[in-house]
Design a protein around this ligand. Structure first.
Ligand code: HEM
Length: 174
């Protein structure tokens, strides 16, 4: 892996934070604007929503680029591959859903109708689900984590589960 690929690989973890935060904020602002009919809430919700859809586009694009890069072998490859399948196609689905919502929103008069708000709520749940799966891949199975890959290259030295090793270490210290 060289510097260029290292730089490209940080785009996805950065972009997801914008996508999650902006779509969630937009939803809250839109629901508040629905109850309190104020132009400021509507404007803030609209701004967050459209920038959020843009961030989702960058997230999906960077995720797609990232999955094209060869990943060093890991003992958790099977689990990562399984999750990546749902993560990738779920990501395309969520983006498609939000682009549809954006096209509808651009044509809808304010205040937004409740069915649209309900669909946006479902979409945000989809974004959160995607974040959860991405987190599972990285923080449970170490997708793209250098330390996991290094340890996977020397499986004979790490046959025991971490709990057993720490207990053993604790006992031998005494
Ligand atoms: C709604 C769209 C998406 C969201 C919210 C999302 C979210 C996430 C999150 C939260 C992580 C963990 C990042 C970390 O802390 O390191 C992650 C990892 C990952 N995602 Fe996505 N993702 C999306 C779409 C995609 C797509 C379409 C792909 C294409 C295959 C993809 C590929 C990956 C890969 C390879 C990783 C593991 C390596 C890394 O951390 O970058 N993602 N994703």
């Amino acid at each position: 892996m060289n510097l260029e690929s290292d730089l490209i690989l940080v785009v996805h973890p950065i972009a997801v934070h914008f996508a999650v935060a902006l779509t969630c904020c937009a939803l809250i602002l839109d629901w508040v604007a629905h109850w309190r009919q104020r132009a400021e809430w509507r404007f803030a919700g609209r701004l967050c929503f459209f920038v959020g859809v843009l961030a989702l586009g960058v997230t999906v694009g960077s995720g797609w680029v990232e999955h094209l890069f060869p990943r060093p072998a890991s003992v958790f490859d099977a689990q990562i591959e399984g999750l990546l399948f749902y993560h990738e196609y779920g990501g395309y689905g969520v983006l498609g859903f939000f682009v549809t919502l954006a096209v509808m929103r651009a044509r809808l008069p304010e205040p937004l109708p409740v069915p649209w708000l309900v669909c946006a709520t479902i979409g945000v749940l989809g974004v959160l689900g995607q974040g959860y799966i991405g987190g599972e891949m990285v923080y449970r199975y170490g997708a793209g984590v250098r330390a996991v890959q290094v340890l996977s290259e020397r499986p004979h030295e790490h046959k025991k589960a971490p709990e057993e090793q720490s207990t053993e270490a604790g006992t031998s210290d005494k």
